[in-house]
Every structure is written in structure tokens, then in C-alpha cells.
Design a binder for this molecule. Structure first.
Ligand SMILES: *[C@@H]1O[C@H](CO)[C@@H](O)[C@H](O)[C@H]1NC(C)=O
Ligand SMILES: *[C@@H]1O[C@H](CO)[C@@H](O)[C@H](O)[C@H]1NC(C)=O
Ligand SMILES: *[C@@H]1O[C@H](CO)[C@@H](O)[C@H](O)[C@H]1NC(C)=O
Length: 351
């Protein structure tokens, strides 16, 4: 009996190693690792002490009516990209038990609602970008090596994997805008954007130093266009352009910052999702994208979701519907208009 058990353990371990090394089975890349905020959180906040928690109805109504902690009716942008890559949706780090961590070789999601690039950005407990990368570092050092026979194999795996970052809006909404209201300081938008980009760069470099090479960065979008902030006084609804102008420097400078990183970090490749451009496109001809309402939250008073969720841009007052996430993911994956200089398919095929 004892021998049989030992044999089983060895057999299972071998199977694990074989599975880990046969990641070529069907997926386009070995793994998708996700960092960010509520735009891509898959449930990390569920067990944290925070009001920024959505594991309750009506969230997840189109996710088998299962409130997983995603800030949407269905899948996030990151979930859809994972499926397109032939991978499972990366599970939330906080939802995976310590002993099972090493078994997950197809990617983990560290994103946490209400957090940001800066440590000081938060609303209740959440995982700052710094913390997310700390957890990823621990996986790379302590867990992943168990699945690879050599350091070189692990390096190869990391260099072919995709690292998706969707973060920064909260550094404005929960940090900069609030400071601005208190101190009423104007004209520092450029400096704040530079500071954020510098911090983002430091964090990307940490992922690079661990072995990451292929990055997808979701730029901060037009925050002044979310239902919470739009200009409702005018007869027809429109974006709050004052607010957009405060955020714009970040998006404008991001490509420049990433070009700088490309030259500093040999072998790194970046692709950017231009959220400003995408929103403008959709706003200009929403019907073409199948959307009929781009200004209102689908979830209305009393938490009742709208019936035509496929036609709404926003699910709540700040987050996209699955329909919107699908549009973005489809266009970024294979189109030429959302992500640049490469779409994700092209990113997959870079060496
Ligand atoms: C989804 O779940 C909620 C809360 O558990 C429930 O009230 C609702 O009826 C369910 N909706 C569907 C379509 O199953
Ligand atoms: C953020 O916090 C971490 C850990 O506490 C620290 O190492 C890092 O320097 C901090 N970053 C900034 C910009 O303060
Ligand atoms: C806006 O929509 C019109 C009509 O659909 C189209 O001709 C035009 O090119 C669009 N403009 C932008 C900036 O997408």
C-alpha cells in the first residue's frame, strides 16, 4: 500500500511536469498574467476588507449568474483575451490556496479594485501594483520552478507569456482629483502624469527582471465620460472635457514612455490599448458596434440591471459591460485600430 502511494505521488508529479511542459497543446502562449484594478479584477477583493467588493448580485448576471467579484455583468477584458489565447481565465491570486499555487501554470490574476499604480491610491484594503508584483515574484521564485526542469525552461516560459496591465484610473479618481479638490492646485497635470509613468515604468521593469518580455498596457481612458462624471446639464449628454484634459497627459505620454522602456529593456515588446481613441470611435458610431446607450449605467436605481445588456456601454456607473469588453478585446486581439503598434496576435508571434 505504501509503495502504491509513493508510486501514485511520483506518477502525479510526473504528470504535472509533463502537463506543464506541454503548454503548446492548443494555447497561443503559455500563460497570461494580469495586473491592475477593477477593470480586470476577477475576485481578489472578495476577501479583503473593502467596500470595493462586487461579489453580489447583479454583478455576474451573465457569468452564469455567479457573482465572482468581477466588476461587470460578465467577463472582463482580460478574461476574453485569455480565452482568445486558448487559455483558461486566470484565477484571482487571493482565491488560490497556497498549496495549489504551483499547479497553476497558465497565469494568475493579481488585479484589485480601487488600487492603483501608487501605494497611496486606495479605498479600503486592496493590492497595490507593488503588492501584486511582490506576489508574482513569490510565485516565480517559490512555486513555478517546481514545474520546470531547468531555469532556462522557466525563463523561456516567462518570455513567451503575456503580461497584461490595466491600471491608473484610480490614481486620478481616488487620489489626484481628491488632492486637487483639497489643495486646489492646478497646472500640475503634466508632472503628475510623469510621476505615474515613472512609477509604472519601475514596476514593469520588475516584471521584466523576473523574465517577462511581452506586455499589453491598457491606457487610462476618458474618465470624464463615465456615467459618474458626464456632463448631464447640457441638453444632450456629453463627456466632462475638463476632467478628460487632466488625464490626457498620461495617455499622450504613455507611448513615449514605453518606447523608452523598449530601448532600456532589451527584448521587451509593448502594445498599448488606446482607450481614448476607442471611446471616441464608439461614441461617433455606437450603432455600428451594436450599442445603443453609451451614457447610462445599465444597473439602475435599486440595483436592477437593464434587460438589453448587450446594448449598453457601461454596466455600473464606472465599469464596462461584457459587450464593451468584447468589442475592445476583439479589436485589440486582431484589429488595427485599438492596439498599437501591434495587436495581440502580432505580439504573440514576436520572438
Ligand atoms: C440570479 O441570482 C439572483 C441572486 O441570487 C436571483 O435573485 C436572480 O433571480 C437570478 N437570476 C437568474 C436569471 O437566474
Ligand atoms: C511602495 O511600497 C513599497 C513597499 O512598502 C516600497 O518598497 C516602495 O518603495 C513604495 N513606492 C513608493 C513610490 O513609495
Ligand atoms: C464618424 O462616423 C462617420 C459615419 O459613420 C464616419 O464617416 C467617420 O469617419 C467617423 N469618424 C471617426 C473619427 O471615427
Amino acid at each position: 500500500m505504501f509503495i502504491f502511494k509513493v508510486f501514485m505521488v511520483i506518477y502525479l508529479l510526473t504528470l504535472q511536469i509533463l502537463l506543464a511542459n506541454s503548454y503548446c497543446t492548443k494555447s497561443l502562449v503559455p500563460a497570461l498574467y494580469v495586473f491592475g484594478d477593477s477593470t480586470v479584477d476577477a475576485g481578489n477583493n472578495n476577501n479583503l476588507n473593502t467596500p470595493a467588493k462586487v461579489n453580489i448580485f447583479p454583478y455576474g448576471i451573465d457569468f452564469n449568474n455567479c457573482s465572482t467579484g468581477r466588476f461587470s455583468n460578465g467577463k472582463t477584458f482580460a478574461d476574453i483575451i485569455a480565452l482568445k489565447l486558448g487559455l483558461p481565465m486566470p484565477p484571482p491570486y487571493m482565491g488560490v490556496s497556497t498549496i495549489k499555487r504551483y499547479q497553476i501554470v497558465s497565469g494568475i490574476n493579481y488585479a484589485s479594485g480601487s488600487c492603483g499604480i501608487l501605494n497611496s491610491t486606495r479605498y479600503g484594503e486592496c493590492l497595490s501594483l507593488n503588492k501584486q508584483i511582490e506576489y508574482f515574484t513569490s510565485i516565480v521564485t517559490n512555486d513555478l520552478p517546481r514545474n520546470f526542469r531547468s531555469k532556462a525552461k522557466l525563463s523561456h516560459y516567462l518570455s513567451k507569456s503575456i503580461f497584461l496591465l490595466s491600471i491608473g484610473s484610480n490614481d486620478y479618481m481616488l487620489n489626484y482629483f481628491k488632492q486637487e479638490m483639497v489643495t486646489n492646485q492646478k497646472g500640475n497635470h503634466e508632472e503628475f502624469a510623469n510621476y505615474l509613468l515613472e512609477q509604472l515604468g519601475f514596476n514593469i521593469k520588475k516584471i521584466y527582471d523576473l523574465g517577462g518580455r511581452k506586455f499589453v498596457i491598457i491606457a487610462i481612458g476618458p474618465i470624464g465620460c463615465i456615467p459618474d462624471f458626464i456632463d448631464k446639464n447640457s441638453r444632450s449628454k456629453d463627456c466632462n472635457e475638463d476632467m478628460n484634459q487632466m488625464v490626457k497627459p498620461f495617455s499622450n505620454k504613455l507611448p513615449w514612455k514605453l518606447r523608452e522602456l523598449t530601448t532600456q529593456l532589451s527584448g521587451s515588446v509593448f502594445t498599448i490599448l488606446d482607450s481614448f481613441k476607442m471611446f471616441k470611435k464608439i461614441k461617433n458610431s455606437s450603432e455600428k458596434f451594436g450599442l445603443t446607450n453609451i451614457w447610462d449605467s445599465c444597473v439602475g436605481e435599486g440595483g436592477k440591471p437593464c434587460d438589453n445588456r448587450k446594448q449598453y456601454f457601461f454596466y455600473d456607473s464606472a465599469h464596462n459591460t461584457e459587450a464593451t469588453n468584447e468589442i475592445y478585446a476583439n479589436m485589440c486581439f486582431s484589429g488595427r485600430h485599438a492596439c498599437f503598434p501591434l495587436n495581440i496576435e502580432q505580439l504573440v508571434h514576436t520572438d
